[in-house]
Design a protein around this ligand. Sequence first.
Ligand code: F0G
Length: 458
Amino acid sequence: MKPFHTIIEPFRIKSVEPLRFTHRGEREAALSAAGWNVFRLHADDVLIDLLTDSGTGAMSSAQWGALMQGDESYAGSRSFYRFRDVVQELTGFKHIIPTHQGRAAERILFHSILKPGQVVPNNNHFDTTRANIEVEEAEARDLVIPEGRVPAALHPFKGNMDLEALARTLAADGDRIPLVMVTVTNNSGGGQPVSMENLRGVRALCDRYKKPFFLDACRFAENAYFVKLRAPGWEKKTPKEIAKEMFALADGCTMSAKKDGLANIGGFLALNDDAWAESCRNLLILTEGFLTYGGLAGYDLEAIARGLEEVVEEPYLKYRIRSTEYLGEKLSEADVPIIRPAGGHAVYIDARALLPHIPPLQYPGIALVNALYVEGGVRGVEIGTVMFGLHPDGTETASAMDLVRLAIPRRVYTQSHIDYVAEVVLAVARKKSELKGYRITGAPKVLRHFTATFEPLR
Ligand code: F0G
């Protein structure tokens, strides 16, 4: 039989949530009142919300059903054991520590093991990972391959770690490196995957220098599916088999279950080292909650356990990766510069290339994000100089790239929503020369992008 061309959403819709339509004048007023920062908008004023794929996915009927199975016992809850077994079966790690989200796992890990002056290499740290390292007065060092820094450069595994740079770093600063991390997929670098070959290379270097190797595993299933699609020899394995091999190369991971856990909240820290696990557990009890719930309800643990089973199903991943690619194709065909190839969870527009008349310190990413919102009620996020340009010493420089990420929530929007998003982007691209830069009028010292206020430049 001839295979059909259309890849459909592998689900039908049982419950719907209405969207609220607004007109341009309302959106301008809302954004101005929000200090020209889309993080400060009331979400009811957003039509298509591509701010993040984190915690914004739709749960399945099986997950909603599992909520009712939640055991809310303070200690030793049945839901914890179900969660632990699923995580352990997938990752193979010895100690499974639930946390309320990914950054809590990061904070607990880094606060337990880092000392001032130490260095953590990663392909690219995400903002919260970097901030949780810097708050311990340690350095977060990004060592992605050179292609990973060039939006237009094509590479099947653009999230790969630069193994030579890692070897040099381990040789020069080895005594200051407590662990090596790799983020799968590489969110700050465009949602790009890391190859198994590269992960093996990192493992070999970690063995040579006797360093633990941790994954930031937020989007492990998307990474596994890219391996299946793009790396010869892996096409016959299931995404779950590939994921298990990825985890088997590492000594531990931090995880936000708000991404590839298909849950609205939750995360975990998983690791093999007994001493590290003990200090992490002590901190968990101090700040998150008891060992068997870590800041989550029993029903959250149930939803995550079920989500981790669903996320590695092949029809889901096929639709997931293809629907992001579909948006990427529509933008590329219209010559909108994006990070190519499209990422797993998001399409990243190269705002610096689209708006060359706006210098990085006038925040081309913010200019584009705001224009997309005003034009069509689409909310994206700047991943650029506002997010990464301010340094712990208070100086500001242009970040490596000025991107606008359109992150696709899992199982939420249909193809017609995505067609509409593409139309809005193209409408903004047509009037790009009219877009103006911004000035910051107020900002906190860390993670300023969440709450800073701006003013459009004339
Ligand atoms: N690591 C990566 C690679 C992430 O993308 C995120 C979150 C985290 C860690 C932290 O997890 O949000 O559960 O505390 N990324 C979201 C985003 C916020 O929009 O990309 P968290």
